[in-house]
Design a protein around this ligand. Structure first.
Ligand code: GAR
Length: 190
């Protein structure tokens, strides 16, 4: 059976994007970014992965730029969308077209700390643990049915940086695995 085509949406650095495309069992057909200067775009170019980049302020509203995204997704026959640090809410246009096929990763144990700076907020709250959540996307902010969660401890001697590193390491291991399970791809290399 042919692998379904996937698109990754990202707004920034792209370490999760890098971890996904480093997995030899996975290929990404299209990177979508709302930030034309995001480092993730350079990573895609280096790996010859097509990109669709847009600036939201150049469109009248979310519906208009999501129409443009949809056209790009159609062109590449995309079946699944994986958000990897895409810092925008998904609107009804995309949600209706890709029902049950949009997934997000968030660096907390949802429902704790939705939105931006989740790691910093968990660190400052002096929680004993935080974690990583992978979930289907709905109209809320980092909400939607949870696919899997992995707790990450916060040690007393942690700095924000050591905690961030531990969480990102967890993300980079977990997300490619979950993507493969969701799209039913046999693992070539463990
Ligand atoms: C990741 O930690 C991801 O979980 C988070 O953005 C970071 C992107 O890092 N996403 C959210 O906070 C979503 N609300 P990356 O660009 O290095 O992959």
């Amino acid at each position: 059976m042919a692998k379904p085509n996937i698109s990754i949406f990202a707004s920034g650095r792209g370490s999760n994007f890098k971890a996904i495309i480093a997995d030899q069992s996975l290929t990404c057909q299209l990177l979508v970014s709302d930030n034309p200067t995001a480092p993730v775009i350079e990573i895609a170019k280096k790996h010859h992965i097509p990109t669709f980049t847009f600036e939201p302020k150049q469109y009248a509203d979310k519906a208009s730029y999501e129409q443009a995204i949809l056209a790009a997704l159609k062109k590449y026959e995309i079946e699944w969308i994986f958000l990897a640090g895409y810092m925008r809410m998904i609107g009804p246009n995309l949600l209706n077209e890709y029902t049950g096929k949009i997934v997000n990763i968030h660096p907390s144990l949802s429902p704790a700390f939705p939105g931006k700076d989740a790691i910093t907020r968990a660190y400052k709250a002096r929680s004993e643990q935080t974690g990583v959540t992978i979930h289907y996307v709905d109209e809320g902010m980092d909400t939607g049915p949870i696919i899997c969660q992995q707790p990450v401890p916060i040690h007393e001697q942690d700095t924000l940086e050591t905690l961030q590193t531990r969480i990102q390491k967890t993300e980079h291991q977990l997300y490619p695995k979950v993507i493969k399970e969701l799209i039913n791809v046999k693992t070539l290399v463990e």
